[in-house]
Design a protein around this ligand. Structure first.
Ligand SMILES: [Zn+2]
Length: 988
């Protein structure tokens, strides 16, 4: 659930007493008591302190001796609802400019370069009423990072020249969203509101709103930005969250001395409490909308009382739990039985803000559902009638409270940057004593009235409906101005209104059952004497391998089960891949009425088809985890497909495949890379062809083959004993045996191989972007480095760490190629690559390619001139990143599963790679650059994927390049070597 959706409670420190005045040389502050603050039960050594500086800035300091990453976030209580009327997007544009430079650190991009070269990550976002800046970094560099960060709010240098350039990045960011239905719908909801209400605004901004329009009116955007900053960036409207391992008093000193110079205006945050809708113009309406993707959807939205003020009762959570339920008696179950819908979500709408919450129900319809919109609407209103009839139920609230409390008490550690981001924005919403409970959405107090108040708003007269379908194309005449969304809005038809008012209840709709999956036993298993620090194989049979590791790090009553069922049948042809994929989807669908309860109670699972078979992952409280796994496996084997569900899910699958052509161009570039580089990978186009002819009989016949011969790779981590785990695998083998399943032959093991690019040669593969209306093109420029080798891996990681920000500065801040500029390491089946991913509406892929080559030349100089001290610093940053402590059982499992799934088994990879890292020299890094990136090197293996926009003119000149042009993918792959598989023995 989006954090901001909760709306505002006005923060404040109700019930807290000031106990201490603090003083440094030139700064004073007061400490506000946190005695009554609710904290999770499993957090023992974490300390919290809440202070208010004399300028009014409030800070939550968290000292956690166990964290090795430090983080901070500032949330300024001003967002795009406060944009000047003639400069839409100014708040967001200001957010971008603060990253450039400050009086104290005038070098451009110095802050983000510092963060990224010290193991960190930084970002920011602008929402309706907030602008939030956050970063994390290796703890040793925290104070230096915080010093740079504080200057955003003390004395930024918003240069005229920088504003002139960065406007292009803002425009590119907006252009990336133009063909995205989520953004389009969000803006359409805003558009369908009072024109003079801030709710109506366009918050991202583009060249028109921030450059050409203001220029025409004689407005200087740069000057207006300076005014906006000084009028709104007031210390008393800022909240700061800091999370680090340093002792509390050190954190306090850092914060007080660095943030005391932030100016304050002592002003109140802007409030937007007029209602954004006119009942006659905007409610009891239906907007027909033409989406970009081929989907049909029906959305219902209502204005409800501000949720933030009643956060202790969490009325929206109560409502979304019931309306969004997927078990027997739910709206979704009924719609699925009728073949009208495939999914439903319910909860606070992202357009919510502090004065008004909005509740949204969003239903994805099938083709058939699309011709039954009145009937679908009737089911929704019948469910609401049922809720009114039955009344608000204390037991349901108690269930949610108990689930929420358990989740809170056993919460996993989160990413530090993300955590401070949430804390800083939460500080505007919740009083500090309830800050953590509020962030975790834990309901505290049953209050029938506040829940009833939400339900009372959800009437036919107040509903705002949106019906998305390509079938509206040509039948609607309005166009939303910022995204160009075609739509038409009308009052709901009289007869439908009458129907919905009088539809009563339906016998198919009722409240959910009591949830049997809620865990009650949180005991930790007894520690065995000889516990290994990494997974060990504790069971091996003809058919299965079981890797096991008890929880030694987190002391949490949770577990993780990974199961890969390897079957040679699953990916042997495009037909097989489609059928396996369909099988997993139908399985999930058929079990949903049961497993949905488990998910609500904190037991999640997923089933996916892979290139070797089927992968199942289960995660949650250990108490009932294995019960769920066994239940799922039984159902998996006993599965009998139903024709009706087959038809619905096949239709959905076909649409999903077709809609990939609307993916972001850079995603299409990454996909094309994998098609070219993986020896065996079927193409979506082939799947679409298969789907045209596939019959239900074909599918049934195929199902009979999947489980003929399998091999099971199992990994279990967490609060489960060896005996339990071995018992489980044996039970599973028993179930398989009685099904007639045999073990696969060694000769049948599916291989995962990667094409080897020829050394000293460049390849280019050029394709048009899937969506003809898309103005962005993209590149993925790949340099193939080679097989898994600890030393070379660390050289690559070090190279990427240094290149990442250097490339960002050159290619984005200076050249302004586009909003997405990214350099990263990429593993495909143990083969390491470097990817340069860029997306642009102004630069042709071949010119981007040339810019990257130019960058590589200048980067070599950077490496050659790097001083020894900086080199050692870079190494030490990377070392800290690699040895960063694991935060949760989930993260630990992912790391080990990757080793097992790729047959690498290097469970101590981090430590072993760090040993290599320590030995690296500057010369070796330079040599690495020369070997893999320099033109003319016999080991440079470059593949450029160019996704070209239909709207992009061909480049001037002959565009000469020595690269081999790949015309035919299959011919290309057939003529190439493949890289040998790494054997487990290489690393073990
Ligand atoms: Zn932005």
């Amino acid at each position: 659930m989006p954090p901001n959706a909760a709306g505002g409670a006005g923060g404040g420190e109700e019930g807290e007493v000031s106990v201490r005045e603090g003083c440094y040389d030139d700064a004073t502050f007061e400490e506000i008591s946190l005695e009554a603050m609710a904290r999770p039960r499993n957090e023992k050594s974490v300390e919290y302190r809440h202070i208010r500086l004399k300028n009014g800035l409030r800070a939550m300091l968290i000292s956690d001796p166990e964290t090795d990453k430090s983080a901070a976030a500032v949330d300024v209580r001003v967002g795009f609802l406060s944009d000047p009327a003639d400069l839409p997007g100014l708040a967001h544009f200001t957010e971008h400019m603060l990253f450039y430079s400050s009086e104290k650190y005038p070098e451009e991009d110095e802050y983000s370069k510092f963060i990224s070269e010290h193991g960190g990550f930084c970002n920011a976002f602008t929402s309706t009423e907030d602008t939030n800046y956050h970063f994390d970094v290796n703890s040793g560099d925290f104070e230096a990072a915080l010093d740079r960060f504080a200057q955003f709010f003390v004395a930024p240098l918003i240069s005229k020249d920088g504003v002139g350039r960065e406007i292009k990045a803002v425009n590119s960011e907006n252009s990336k969203n133009l063909n995205n239905d989520v953004w389009r719908n969000m803006q359409l909801w805003r558009h369908l509101a009072k024109k003079d209400h801030p709710f109506h605004k366009f918050g991202t901004g583009n060249l028109e709103t921030l450059k050409s329009d203001p220029e025409a009116k004689g407005i200087d955007t740069h000057e207006e930005m300076l005014k906006f900053y000084s009028a709104n960036y007031s210390a008393n409207l800022m909240t700061l969250a800091v999370y680090s391992k340093f002792p509390m008093d050190d954190l306090e000193r850092m914060v007080v001395t660095k943030f005391n110079k932030v100016k304050t205006l002592g002003k109140e945050a802007n409030v937007f409490d007029d209602t954004p809708f006119d009942p006659r113009e905007h409610q009891c309406k239906l907007a027909k909308v033409v989406p970009i993707r081929n989907v049909h959807a029906l959305d219902f939205q209502w204005l409800t009382p501000p949720d933030g003020k009643v956060y202790r009762h969490m009325p929206m959570d109560y409502m979304s739990h019931l309306i969004g339920h997927e078990g027997d008696g739910s709206i979704l179950k009924r719609l699925k039985d009728l073949k009208w819908a495939t999914s439903l979500s319910a909860g606070p709408s992202p357009e919510s803000y502090s004065s008004h919450s909005l509740f949204l129900i969003s239903i994805e319809l099938t083709d058939e559902g699309n011709s039954h919109v009145p009937e679908v609407s009737k089911i929704v209103f019948q469910y609401l009638n049922m809720l009114r009839d039955e009344g608000i139920q204390p037991w349901i609230f108690e269930e949610l409270k108990s689930i929420g409390e358990t989740k809170f008490n056993f919460r996993d550690k989160q990413n530090a940057g993300y955590y401070t981001r949430e804390l800083a924005s939460g500080m505007h919403l919740y009083p500090c004593k309830d800050l953590l409970l509020g962030l975790h959405h834990v309901p505290q107090e049953y209050n029938e009235d506040t829940i009833q108040a939400v339900l009372d708003c959800m009437t036919v007269d107040k509903v705002r409906m949106m019906w998305l379908s390509k079938t509206h194309k040509g039948k609607v005449t309005d166009v939303e101005p910022w995204y160009g969304t075609e739509f038409g809005m009308d009052s709901l038809e009289e007869s439908l209104v009458e129907d919905l008012r009088t539809c009563g209840r339906s016998e198919h709709l009722r409240l959910p059952y009591q949830n049997q999956f809620i865990p009650t036993n949180f005991d930790l298993i007894e520690k065995e004497d000889s516990v290994k620090e990494v997974p060990e194989m504790i069971y091996e049979s003809e058919m299965s391998e079981l890797w096991y590791k008890p929880d030694t790090l987190f002391g949490t009553p949770k577990g993780q089960v990974y199961l890969s069922v390897i079957s040679p049948e699953c990916y042997c042809s495009p037909e097989a891949a489609v059928c396996t994929n369909l099988y997993t989807k139908m399985l999930v669908d058929s079990m949903n009425e049961v497993t949905y309860y488990a998910e609500v109670a904190g037991l999640g699972y997923s089933i996916q088809s892979t290139t070797v078979g089927i992968q199942l992952v289960f995660a949650g409280y250990s108490h009932k985890l294995l019960d769920l796994v066994e239940e799922v496996i039984k159902r998996l084997l006993a599965f009998k497909p139903k024709l009706e569900r087959y038809e619905v899910l096949k239709e959905l699958m076909q649409k999903d495949f077709e809609n990939t052509r609307f993916d972001q161009p850079y995603q299409q570039a990454i996909y094309a890379t994998s098609i070219l580089c993986l020896q065996k990978k079927w193409h979506i186009k082939e799947y679409l062809e298969v789907l045209k002819h596939l019959t239900f009989q074909d599918f049934e016949v195929f199902l009979g083959r999947i489980m003929q011969r399998v091999s099971n790779q199992v990994m279990i981590l967490g609060n489960l004993t060896k005996t339990q785990c071995v018992g489980f695998v044996k039970t599973m083998e028993g179930i398989l045996g009685s099904n007639g399943t045999r073990a696969i032959f060694g000769s049948q093991f599916p291989e995962k191989r990667v094409v080897q690019l020829e050394g000293g040669r460049d390849y280019v593969y050029s394709q048009p972007v899937g969506n003809e209306e898309e103005e962005n093109g993209a590149v993925n420029i790949m340099f193939q480095i080679g097989r898994d080798s600890f030393k070379r891996n660390t050289l690559m990681q070090l190279w990427v760490q240094i290149a990442e920000r250097a490339a960002f500065h050159t290619l984005r801040s200076v050249e302004q190629i586009g909003y997405i500029v990214c350099v990263m390491g990429w593993d495909s089946h143990q083969v390491k690559n470097v990817y340069f991913i860029l997306q642009s509406s102004s630069h042709h892929p071949s010119s981007i390619d040339a810019s990257v080559e130019k960058f590589l030349v200048s980067f070599k100089t950077r490496l050659a001139e790097m001083e020894e001290k900086e080199f050692e610093d870079q190494k030490s940053s990377l070392e800290q990143v690699k040895l960063e402590k694991l935060k949760s059982l989930g993260q630990e499992s992912k790391r080990y599963w990757k080793e097992i799934d790729e047959s690498a088994f290097s469970f101590k990879r981090q430590e072993l790679e760090v040993e290599e890292l320590k030995k690296l020299t500057r010369e070796e890094l330079l040599e690495f650059h020369q070997t893999y990136f320099e033109v003319g090197s016999a080991n440079r293996r470059k593949l450029s994927i160019h996704m070209v926009s239909h709207k992009m003119p061909n480049p001037e000149g002959d565009g000469k390049s020595d690269a081999a042009v790949i015309e035919d993918v299959h011919k290309f792959k057939r003529t190439m070597h493949v890289i040998p598989c790494a054997f487990a023995a290489d690393n073990r």
